[in-house]
Design a protein around this ligand. Sequence first.
Ligand SMILES: Nc1ncnc2c1ncn2[C@@H]1O[C@H](COP(=O)(O)OP(=O)(O)OP(=O)(O)O)[C@@H](O)[C@H]1O
Ligand SMILES: [Mg+2]
Length: 1090
Amino acid sequence: MEEMREEASDNHSQLNMEGALITRDRVGVQDFVLLDSHTSEAAFLDNLRKRYRENLIYVNLHAFMTSSFMAILVLVSRRYCELTCNCGKVTCLRLQPAYKSDQRTYIGTLLVSVNPYKELDFYSIKQMEIYQGVNFFELPPHIYAIADNAYRIMCAEYNNHFILISGESGAGKTEASKKILQYFAVTCPTTEQLQIVRDRLLLSNPVLEAFGNAKTLRNDNSSRFGKYMDIQFDFKGAPVGGHILSYLIEKSRVVHQNNGERNFHIFYQLLEGGEDDLLRWLGLERNPQKYMYLIQGRCAKVSVINDKSDWKTVHKAFSVIDFTETDIESLSLWPQHLFGVIASVLHLGNIQYEEDSNGHAIITNSSQIKWISKLLGIHLSILQEALTHRKIEARSEEVLSPLNIDLAFCARDAAAKAIYGRTFTWLVNKINGSLANKDLTRKTVIGLLDIYGFEVFDTNSFEQFCINYCNEKLQQLLIEMTLKVEQEEYEMEGIEWEPIPYFNNKIICDLVEEKHKGIISILDEECLRPGEATDLSFLEKLEEKVGDHAHFLTRKLADQKTRKSIDWVDFRLLHYAGEVTYCVVGFLEKNNDLLYRNLKEVLCKSKNGIIKECFFPSELDNRRRPETVATQFKNSLASLIEILMSKEPSYIRCIKPNEGKEPGKFDDVLIRHQVKYLGLMEHLRVRRAGFAYRRKYELFLQRYKSLCPATWPHWHGPAADGVERLIKHIGYKPEEYKLGRTKIFIRFPRTLFATEDAFEFSKHLLATRIQARYKGCLGKREYKKQKEAAIKLEACWRGVLARKEAKRRMWAVETIKRFIKGFINRKNPLCPENDEFISFVQYTYLRKLRDHVPKNVLDKNWLKPPAILEETSEMLKKICMRNLVRKYCQGITAEKDAQLRQKVVASAIFRGKKDGYLQSISQPFADTRLSERERSPKVLQLIRGETVKYMTPVIKYDRNGFKARERQLVLTQSAAYVVEMAKIKQKIDYATLKGISTSNLSDGLLVIHVPEDNKQKGDVILQCEHIFETVTKLCMLANKQNAVQVVQGSLQFHISSGKEGMIAFTTGQEPQIYKAKNGHLTVVSTRTKS
Ligand SMILES: Nc1ncnc2c1ncn2[C@@H]1O[C@H](COP(=O)(O)OP(=O)(O)OP(=O)(O)O)[C@@H](O)[C@H]1O
Ligand SMILES: [Mg+2]
């Protein structure tokens, strides 16, 4: 598979190749229906030949024109697939599910395939992709197109299909079925999980081929069993499982092969490819020539078959197929078990007998039997006895009777056949187990029927009889489903129709299978009747009962001419595909397929896991005679036909171009013969003349009623009238359709095409409308739900809010009540009635107070406390003030400190005593009132031993005349100096200073009193601008704060010893100082507001 994928990646070269292919495919016609002379067999063959020469091995036999209605269906189905796959919900738009055979709507597609006998290049992945989902007739005919077509219709209509692959042995049926399987494996959607199913489906083929196919004269890989394989698909179209039905494996091949033929491939593969260890374990030698069961055809080695590589494929397939959980234990063992069985069959073939003295058979070579005993897990002596004796039931007793040499060989071969046959069935079951899909959802299937092809050998036996009977049945099915049913239908429906004659092989089928009268019944009768029945007595019975049948002949019944070609032990059947002469020898034995009871018993006891599962002890208890092989086969074919009849068909008719398996050789005679017996010409004629589509009125109306207002949404009258009304509305022309009794027949695909298109269009409209309604409903439902939910939520929320509010109010009422009570009791001692109120008041006051505490020491505001907090408030106020003071004090500098001390002294002296004091408070005291320039260096020189503390300009009044003179007052730490320019006019030692006087008015006058006995001059009368500052500094320096007096009205001063003067202080309009007439110094000052 991977290789194929890689191959596909080379797009460019592929495309070129395809281009070439399509060009080449213009050779001849791609659909036989397009042949000009559709009744000419020569033209038919010519077309086949032309195309075959160009390696164009496929031709359609289908419809009228390239735009077949199937194309529409493919188109439609593709859209359906998209719809269903994308949303998975539009199942309501699907068509009717599986029809019964009589309700079949379409003529199945039919592909003619000619075996090329060489590898062709159009089976790549790229090719598969090209055919995938493409209109059936858009591309050249191909097996992929037919597979894809069936798949698409299956997806669209959700019904079951089958592809019937028929043709004679070697025509290419098995190859075709493999190609279809590969196509599905590659193109169908799959998941990682489903890959295993896909692989198992694919790998079941090599396993079954190894065990069920063999080289015959007709075909190197001839299927020696019938196979019907159902591939199951889920609703998305992914392959999810499978089931295989197998039909009658040709067991006789295990013990006997005609010249030029081989036994089943697996024997040779095991010997050729099996590892040394395995062979040793099985007791086998690598040489097939050593085994009697492998050399009867004298061609154990065939150049075209590579047993070694086939072994590898089979071995690999085993590992993929078998791992169901239930088999875990035997998982690693079962291939060994299986090969143990295969090996034991080979050993069985090598068992030789010889007669003992009593004429009884005894086994001559003990090594073989030992190996069988080991491989099958059966005790040696029991096995030995079973292969040489037979158990006879005499009344209630069971007696072991020894076998003669012929019967012993028969017993041996019967055992080998039974073992192999049942193992094959076991293998099919095993594969089915691994393909089984366990989920119970509904699935659709496509069945692939690949059965052994019609075959004619020099000597034909019971197996060929069964095989050819099977082919007769399938041919009949095809005729039934196409030629017969179709023509009968036209007749039944009253459609004008010119019947086309065809060979109906029902007559041969009846000859073989009819109850009581058919060959199988006669054979069974012979097998079951008491007495000595032989193959010859069977032949006689045949002559007696069906001797007059037109398709039956024996030597006795034949005319002179044909007699020679029929032996005395032969009978001849005129099959649909030609005459076959069967040799009756072995018919009875093969039909009975008896295994001696004691052999069965022994095999039931086998320890080999597979044999144990193949032979049940319950079988031994069942005393009823088992159904004969032919009857079993007949019944299984009948049920197969039933299965097929319930499905939609597609057909592949395989043609074998020559007998020599040669590529490129087109054997006209051989092919003409096949074309004839396959009924292809009749098929073509029916197709050309018939109707492309038919459908019951009810179903047609049901599907298309939306196209006409009168029929939509309901038509209440008869369906036929509704259809008539409908097609009138659509505008069908008379030549386009016919109305039958119960169905409408549409001749041209284009008519249906247009109808389908219109339906497709209307369907979308309808779907949109339905969707809109549905969405509307959903929306409304959702809206209602949401609204209800919202109302509920709202109600809940409102409830919550209301409860919260009520609680809040209750709380408020309670609180207010408590407050009122608290307020009433506020003056009482603390008690439960007032404690909360009081706390609240305290809390509120304290909170408020926090925002109103004084910010500085001068701020005297304080929040008025409630009565209960007065004490606390007072304490807090003090704390606060103390705190402010502390902070204030901490912020005072040395300078400021000195300043303040001076101010404090000034306050003690002047506060409330002298006008102008209050105004002076805010003016800071200066260190000096003289600028640098005004200071006399000479004076400073004179008092250099002292520190100058203060200097200020003053007006000095003479003590006698009160003449005013500008002077400076200089204060040092020990004395005060009255200085005139550079001269010290008067020095007053602080120690001698008697006092300092000022008036209570704002005159700036001060008197420095000195002692009377002072040798110096008398008291000093000065006037200065900064009276408070000057007086304070002076008294502080002299440390005579108590010596300062503030006088009212007048002041007496000392002029000189014994002589006093007077200063009178008054107020007036203008400030002035003058000597009054009474000789006093009068000082007038304006009154300042204080
Ligand atoms: N499409 C093909 N391309 C190449 N070779 C093919 C093709 N079909 C068939 N063959 C060749 O023809 C041989 C026989 O084909 P196949 O085994 O499919 O025949 P059959 O119809 O199944 O025969 P039988 O009835 O004996 O089983 C194949 O082994 C193969 O070599
Ligand atoms: Mg085959």
